[in-house]
Design a protein around this ligand. Sequence first.
Ligand SMILES: [Zn+2]
Length: 153
Amino acid sequence: MRCDLCYQSEPSTYVELHHNVGMIILRRVYTTEGELCRSCLDRSFWHHTLRNLTLGWWGTISFIMTWYYLLSNVVTYVQARSELRKARPRREAPREAVSGAEARRILEPFEHNVRMRLRDGETPEAIAQDLARFHGVELGAAQQFVDEQRQAA
Ligand SMILES: [Zn+2]
């Protein structure tokens, strides 16, 4: 999800934050509304909170509305933070495991190594798992490769 303020594709969540500016008789409300990432959420929350605290109170209705906005912003903020905590940070897409001829080409340089390990008494399964993990090939392809080395040895 893209953040509406900084346009980074970070996990973001929808919030509405407000602050009141009291002017004795008149008042104005400023709102931030949109999908925000964590750092923009923090920045917006403090932006509105600071202004509510300093500019909010001046006027009867303003006094009430400022309390309301302070509290509703805190509720929004706490909920949004927990939403964002649930959203996993983006991870690198897992590399596609390679199989077939491509796997063979990757594993070929390790023929000797595999035969040595077999001779040392390691199980073919353990060797295949290592190969699959370190070289990004499918486990099946790695197993087949190890079996071939075992037969050739
Ligand atoms: Zn942002």
